[in-house]
Ligand binder design. Structure first.
Ligand code: CP
Ligand code: NVA
Length: 302
């Protein structure tokens, strides 16, 4: 594995290896001697805001012996129009790896191609692969490793956003049932579903149908970064997909609710449900660190 640009391009075996390593690195945190990034500098090139991704990568790179360098596109020439392919060829001669948060997936693909150094997608408009690896790690901790085929997971709200798409590819690779519920306007396109060709992905506009008997219920903001102008027109259609106590009454006994954060209480999730599932949701946030250390470790071996 040279880069991590999407869940789409991973195999089930690669995902399972990353998860196994994530569990090991979590268990060994603070007392493992391996420093696979020793002597290396990894740049974090971010065009969008971040709390979890930035901090977990900076800490993870340091814990693996490397040096993180945060580069906001507000400060570097990329933000003033220098092409990504030129930025990539400059940085590729100086640093050892890159973690990129941006809008267009093509930018991370181009950076990887032109820089020649390991490149990680830290969220684009297309996918959020690092978050999904942390979410899968969290679910394995909750329900045990290797239980994917029997698992029913729901994702509610803006189901064709970066999180929804990464969930869809994870369902394709690991074989769990994924029920997506949102307004018709938010449904994945026929082309997306054809590309996935995955009978275990269910799309419905009925939130209760999606949540029925689910062990894991996920949601995310209805307004992703870069979509702020759509807030007024978009929100109203999404309220039937709010994760609240009434909706969860049809979920499987012992279910958990997950959220990648940041959460907008009173919109995609109620305060009551978020606080009731805080142990899972904040462990999910912590697992960004462990899952990403597994990704960094694996890319450093290439
Ligand atoms: N979940 C997530 O990616 O959080 P940040 O935007 O804070 O990095
Ligand atoms: N879908 C959200 C995820 C934030 C972590 C966004 O892109 O803003």
């Amino acid at each position: 594995m040279k880069n991590l640009l999407s869940i789409e391009e991973l195999t089930a075996a690669q995902m399972q290896e990353l998860l196994a390593l994530g569990h090991r690195l979590k268990a060994e945190r603070g007392h493992h001697a391996e420093q696979p990034l020793a002597g290396q500098t990894w740049a974090l090139i971010f065009s969008k805001s971040s709390t979890r991704t930035r901090v977990s990568f900076e800490v993870g790179i340091s814990e693996l012996g490397g040096r993180p360098m945060f580069l906001s596109t507000r400060d570097i020439q990329l933000g003033r129009g220098e092409p990504i392919k030129d930025t990539a060829r400059v940085l590729g001669r100086m640093i050892h790896g890159a973690v990129i948060r941006t809008f267009d997936q093509q930018d991370v693909v181009d950076f990887a191609a032109y820089s020649g150094i390991p490149t990680i997608n830290a969220l684009t408009d297309l996918e959020h692969p690092c978050q999904i690896m942390a979410d899968l790690l969290t679910i394995e901790e909750q329900y045990g490793v290797g239980s994917w085929k029997d698992m029913k997971i729901a994702f509610l709200g803006d189901v064709d956003n970066n999180m929804g798409r990464s969930w869809m590819w994870a369902a394709k690779h690991l074989g769990f049932t994924l029920a997506l519920a949102g307004p018709q306007q938010a449904m994945p396109s026929a082309a997306t579903l054809a590309a996935l060709d995955c009978p275990n992905i269910i799309c419905t506009t009925d939130a209760a149908e999606a949540v029925r008997d689910c062990m894991v219920i996920n949601t995310d903001t209805w307004i992703s970064m870069g979509q702020e102008a759509e807030k007024g027109t978009k929100e109203q259609a999404f309220f039937p997909y709010q994760v609240n106590r009434e909706l969860l009454s049809v979920a499987a006994p012992g279910h958990v609710v997950m959220h990648c954060l940041p959460a907008y209480r009173g919109y995609e999730i109620t305060d009551e449900v978020l606080e009731g599932n805080a142990a899972t949701i904040f462990r999910e946030a912590e697992n960004r660190l462990h899952a990403q250390k597994a990704i960094l470790y694996t890319l450093a071996q290439h």
